[in-house]
Design a protein around this ligand. Sequence first.
Ligand SMILES: [Zn+2]
Length: 179
Amino acid sequence: MSLLTNFTVQDELFMRMALDQARLAGRMGEVPVGAVIVRNERPLVLAHNLREASQDPLGHAELLAIRAAAQALGNWRLEGCTLYVTLEPCPMCAGAIQQARLSRVIFGARDERAGCCGSIYRIPEDPALPGFCPCDGGLLEAECAQIMSEFFRGRLGSAPKTVGSGDEKDFERTGGRLK
Ligand SMILES: [Zn+2]
């Protein structure tokens, strides 16, 4: 992950598709994270977080996109595919990225608390693991982070307290960049 990375206009276009997915998730009351998998410069699948609706701990946007892309291709190896996601992938998704043999990951907002594509770990680029996948972050970072902060601010404002969910506090703990 380098600050010197030059993203292309096309990268930005795909991240905007992921942002649209994130907004869809937010309107459903899901933590607003969206993902797009691109192959041959075309979007192959779109997905957004569905953890609440599905009550599935594996319901993150990235995992849903990876599974749908593998089904679409009839191949679990997603070589040649790029994943665009609005938030830096968590340990679970970073493991799946590495398992799926994706060729590249581009994410928007960094997650300094749980991000595993550069913030606390760098799982897809770990040379100890098979399936090296380069990760670049910070594309449309301000917009991607703003969707998150607005979502959590809205939830804090409308509900007295969300019992059983530590998400708001967790988000505040991520500090600086995502506020
Ligand atoms: Zn995840």
